[in-house]
Structure formats: structure tokens, C-alpha cells
Write a protein that binds this ligand. Structure first.
Ligand SMILES: Nc1ncnc2c1ncn2[C@@H]1O[C@H](COP(=O)(O)OP(=O)(O)OP(=O)(O)O)[C@@H](O)[C@H]1O
Ligand SMILES: [Mg+2]
Length: 296
């Protein structure tokens, strides 16, 4: 079996529901700095541009996505999604705080946000001793608060780890997007990710999410080694998932960094520099829409 050759990735969830519910899409890779936050933010806005109601969940203790929304819970001392997750576990009553989900959702922009805080780094320890399934805390939180009835898409930004928090995200997700840098380290890292995905399937507590796309990012195709590595990874992934699972590469683009410095998605700019990026993110939104189009 090849490095990426996993047989179960086309399972679709919620097949029997008559009324389509929202879908959870996670941007995931345990490697740091590959573009998870950048891709999550801009794809969330791309989905919103297409008329969908979108909620972003920042589940990274670094809270970079929250900062892109101008929210800094560390500075304000406010609550974060960590507190909502703990509140949703009855056994952890002693740690509960007076906070409702609706109170924490930041709604002042087109895309809504549940912000992260650095206390999320203690999530795994907090839930380590509970008797209810530790992998399903996030999934149950989304259900209890009927968030999939309120939003068409919930876009999750993951931390660069493969711990219990990310396992919770995988169990709660319908689809995953996998940004990666085209180098040899990333190739190995992707292998570990697919093992984690396979473990979810074997645990039997939840269907594993569909892999929606692999996104080569920060590509500098002028560098020979990089072009070779990209071709190698692309070849292996294509063999395992078929062409449609690989999107065209994102090159190293100053416009993305500039947009982030202004806390804006690429859709907030009208210059022709941004047109290509807008098209690329629209294409990602289309991939998401098309995956579940049969439910509408
Ligand atoms: N295509 C791109 N062109 C230029 N800069 C980019 C591109 N993609 C991402 N970046 C920049 O690279 C850095 C890392 O990106 P990002 O924060 O999205 O990665 P990440 O995977 O979320 O990192 P972490 O694992 O630490 O959460 C950021 O400064 C971002 O602005
Ligand atoms: Mg990030």
C-alpha cells in the first residue's frame, strides 16, 4: 500500500437527512506554517461571497484566525471557545463558567467567528479523565447548540498538532482541506495525517471526513528542488485520490500577506493583483459546495 493509499475516504455523512444541514470543513496539517489559517480565512469569505452563512471556529491556541477577525481574547481576558467546550461536558461541571454560545459568537463581519484563546492548550488535559467519549466533545457541542442548523458551513482552523483536540476536529468534520508545502518533510507529515484519519475510521465512533482537496501552498516553482518535490507529492496523492483532489498551487504572494496585515480577505480588494487569488479561493468554495450538492 502506498504512503497515501487509504481506502475509505469517500464516505459521506448525513446521507439520510431530508433537510440539508450545515457542513463542517477543517483546514488541517500537523505541520506549522503551511497556510491553514490563511486558507481557512479566505475560503470562509469565498463561501460567504457565494451567499452562504459561514461560521469560523478557531481551535488553535495560537488564535491566529481570531486575530484576523480583530479579536484578541488574551488581551481582553474574555472567554473563548475553550470555555464553551468545557461547559458542554456535564462531568466537568466544577469548571463551568457563566457563558452561552450565542454570547461568544462575533457577528460584526459577514463571516461569524467563535474565537480561540491560549487556554485551549489545556483542553486535552481538561477532558483526559472524563467518562463520556473524549473524541466527541466538539461534535456534541455543535449538536447541542444546533450550530449546523444555523450555518451552511462551519470552517475550522486547526492547530499544528495531531493530538486529542485535532482528533475532536476530525470526528466533527464532514470534509477536510489539506494545505501543504511542497517539501520532503511535508510529504512525511502527510503520511502521519492519513494514519490519524484511518485511526478515526477504526475507532468506529464517527465516520472519517472526506478529503476535499490538497492545496500546495507557498510554492516557488522557479526553485528546481521545490518543483521536483511538488511533482513527487502530487503524483503520489493523485494516485491515491484522483486528480480532482489536488487544486492548482498557490504561489508565494505578497497580496496575501498584505491583506492579512489589514485583517481583510482577498475579496475586500478590487485591484487586479487580487483577481487571481479571488478566483483560486472561489474554486475552493466550489469544491466544498459540489461535494454535497446532491443533498440540495
Ligand atoms: N501563498 C502565500 N503567499 C505568501 N504568504 C503566505 C501564503 N500562505 C501563507 N502565507 C504566510 O505564511 C505564514 C504562515 O501561514 P499560516 O499562518 O496561514 O500557516 P498555518 O499553517 O496556519 O500556521 P500554524 O501551523 O502556525 O497555525 C503567514 O505569515 C501567512 O501570511
Ligand atoms: Mg494557523
Amino acid at each position: 500500500m502506498g504512503l497515501f493509499n487509504k481506502p475509505f475516504l469517500n464516505n459521506s455523512k448525513n446521507q439520510n437527512n431530508s433537510k440539508p444541514k450545515g457542513k463542517v470543513i477543517a483546514f488541517i496539517n500537523q505541520k506549522g506554517g503551511v497556510g491553514k489559517t490563511t486558507m481557512a480565512f479566505n475560503t470562509a469569505y469565498a463561501l460567504s461571497e457565494k451567499g452562504h452563512k459561514v461560521l469560523c471556529l478557531d481551535l488553535d491556541p495560537q488564535a491566529n484566525l481570531s486575530l484576523l477577525f480583530g479579536v484578541d481574547t488574551a488581551e481582553s481576558g474574555d472567554y473563548s471557545i475553550h470555555h464553551l467546550l468545557i461547559n458542554s461536558v456535564r462531568e466537568l461541571r466544577a469548571l463551568h463558567v457563566p457563558l452561552l454560545c450565542g454570547e461568544l459568537i462575533v457577528k460584526d463581519q459577514k463571516v461569524h467567528l467563535l474565537p480561540a484563546g491560549q487556554e485551549l492548550s489545556g483542553f486535552e488535559l481538561s477532558v483526559a479523565g472524563i467518562n463520556s467519549p473524549r473524541q466527541l466533545v466538539l461534535k456534541k457541542f455543535l449538536e447541542k447548540n444546533a450550530l449546523l442548523e444555523q450555518y451552511d458551513y462551519i470552517v475550522v482552523d486547526c492547530p499544528p498538532t495531531l493530538g486529542l483536540l485535532v482528533v475532536n476536529i476530525l470526528c466533527a468534520s464532514d470534509g477536510v482541506m489539506v494545505p501543504f508545502r511542497p517539501d520532503e518533510f511535508s510529504r512525511k507529515g502527510l503520511g502521519h495525517f492519513y494514519e490519524a484519519l484511518e485511526d478515526i475510521g477504526e475507532m468506529g465512533v464517527s465516520d472519517p471526513p472526506v478529503v476535499l482537496a490538497h492545496i500546495p501552498n507557498l510554492v516557488d516553482a522557479r526553485r528546481k528542488q521545490e518543483a521536483d518535490d511538488l511533482a513527487k507529492i502530487t503524483g503520489e496523492l493523485k494516485e491515491a485520490f484522483g486528480n480532482e483532489k489536488m487544486v492548482p498551487p498557490f504561489f508565494n504572494r505578497a497580496q496575501l500577506v498584505k491583506g492579512q496585515a489589514k485583517k481583510k480577505s482577498v475579496f475586500a480588494f478590487s485591484g487586479k493583483d487580487y483577481k487571481g487569488l479571488q478566483e483560486q479561493f472561489s474554486q475552493m468554495a466550489t469544491i466544498v459546495e459540489e461535494e454535497w450538492s446532491h443533498e440540495h
